[in-house]
Design a protein around this ligand. Sequence first.
Ligand code: TRP
Length: 476
Amino acid sequence: MMTNKDWLKSAGIPFQIATQAPEEGACCPIFFLEGEKKGVLWIHPDNCDTQGQILREASRLLQNTLVPLDPLEGLEHALAAAVKGRLSHVVVDETLFDNEDIFLEDPEGYIRLTPSNLRQALNLMTKKSQVRFIDFSTTATSAQKNKSRKRVLSGIQPSGDMTLGNWLGAVELWKKQIEEYPNCYFFLADLHSLTVAPEPEELRERIRKTATLLLACGLDMERAAMFRQSQLGGVHTELAWLFACITPEGRLEQMTQFKEKAQKQASVGTGLKIYPILMAADIAIYQSHLVPVGDDQRQHLELAREIIRKFNSRYGHTFVVPKALVREGSTARVMDLTDGTKKMSKSSTNTDGCIYLLDSPEDINRKIKRAKTDAIRDLYPDSLERPETTNLLGIYQGLTGLSMEAIIAEFEGQGHGALKKALTECLIAKLEPVRKRYAQYSADPGYVEGVLARGAERVYPIAAETLSKAKERVGL
Ligand code: TRP
């Protein structure tokens, strides 16, 4: 019988022998189904529960002549059949290729190969069969199953004042994710906040305020887990140390955010430089699959993936390699109301450029009234020529969920005044409940602390298990 190694060798496909067991989801068992016509299905274990669906797909392909055989017959058996031309179809679960490495079982352990090499091998070996790649994760049942396995994680720096940018960018997205994914972890990156050396009392107040605000925004933090990074600080920073030891210093110096922040400071703390290492640890320690972040964190996420991959390849598969979910579209970046080329930010010098979630109706009224516009009467977005108008339209779109076409139609024949009026009304209506809830939660600090404590308690076992695995891997 031909082994996996044999056929890979004969096809000239490069591979490695892995000594560590692969992470669930990266191994590649197959279903071998035989009927009057014969087929092989390769599946991703995440989708094992979709057997019924795979069978349906197969019987459609094979025109209902299908009799399933032993589902986990093995790759050799199936490939032998493929090579002999007994197979009419090979169906591959496209989501398998999301993995950094793919593992095949082998008597000596596991064979590790890259997704592109597996693709190549499949095409070579099964020339006579029709190869189809299907993304099973988009099908209803398995999509739900996948979601229930995937962990979503994100962090926010407790700056205290949350802005409209945070709301439209992060909070709205988190809300959706909490509905879709049962395992969402959102934490206050209070250790990261120390990199800019805040006053202790001020930091404490900002942490309290940010946690309260997140709840006030209507995020269901009992379904998700909300906690402070420093509540589990020991495990985050210990893993960060393991990561620091494999991260080239040069990579840290290339980070745009580091360069920008370092420029503004007379003396640069080491924390500012190693910031992305702690971030990589935050992500890896919960075996996070998906990390929703703003555009400005894209580079840090890329570095986190690099560090995690490096650890995995040096010490054996230990961590899930995360994917960034970078916000796109008009709400990805809410710009300053007084300068449409600058990001709306709490550190902006002109406070009228920034709307805070706790702004009073009067504040909102004033800020929108003073917001910069241009001399073109018609309203349409053009981010290069009309950054301010584009920003106002984008904010309105983010708040109402309307399409840009619908918005343009709504204001046809009217100018910026009409848009500003509608925007002001909409903002006041949306932020009113946030202010109310904020007042309620502020009056009950015990509740907010309880949410944080329950969140930390829930995620701690995952972090502790990951850390002890990582320590064992490096020889500690
Ligand atoms: N650096 C992120 C920011 O400023 C916050 C953060 C810290 C984070 N650790 C993280 C985000 C881990 C996602 C994942 O926005």
